[in-house]
Design a protein around this ligand. Structure first.
Ligand code: FMN
Length: 164
């Protein structure tokens, strides 16, 4: 998909079919994540791919507003080492994954993040060392429905030329 079309087409998808995602496709998503810009070229990210049904179910119970993780074919947990710009770096990597998923026809949704009270529970479940921070959980699967073009704030309402 052409890049600008892909950016426009991306939308959160929370309903997935039961079909698995091929391993090479998941690797493409992680490859997209690791290509993100990163302050001081630190690349503090680590990506955990969860496909185990029991772990997906546990994640869905832990993550408030992430119940649909249970139905996902897999869930990528994006972590970053606690560095000065870990949140920016990890967010850029997460967005790259969402865009790559859109390009491949997959459905995905950003769930949670660094400020949620349940981050410690997720880290314990996934055996993550303490110095790493959860940036996002990204459940993925084949969309049940056609992904609808969403309504965003209008360009004229967000664009400021030269000054506010
Ligand atoms: C930091 C962050 C946290 C989010 N957390 C959740 C979440 O816990 N559950 C959920 O269903 N969606 C979550 N979302 C997705 C947003 O709800 C979604 O991006 C927003 O409604 C806009 O829709 P769109 O992604 O289709 O453009 C999160 C998004 C971001 C950026």
């Amino acid at each position: 998909m052409e890049t600008l079309n892909c950016i426009s087409a991306r939308a959160c998808v929370r309903k997935y079919t039961s079909k698995a995602i091929p391993k090479d496709m998941i690797e493409k998503l992680i490859d997209a994540g690791r290509r993100a810009p990163t302050a001081r070229a630190i690349e503090p990210w680590e990506f955990i791919v969860v496909t185990d049904k029991e772990t997906l179910s546990s994640l869905s119970k832990i993550a408030e507003y992430g119940r649909f993780i249970k139905e996902a074919a897999c869930c990528i947990a994006v972590y970053c080492k606690y560095t000065k710009y870990y949140l920016e770096d990890g967010s850029a990597a997460s967005e790259n994954i969402l865009l790559a998923a859109t390009d491949l026809g997959l459905g995905a949704c950003w769930v949670a993040g660094d400020k949620k009270p349940y981050v410690t529970d997720v880290s314990k479940l996934l055996d993550v060392p303490e110095e790493f921070k959860l940036i996002s959980l990204i459940p993925l699967g084949w969309p049940v429905e056609k992904v609808e073009q969403k309504k965003n704030r209008k360009l004229k309402d967000v664009l400021h030329w030269e000054k506010w």
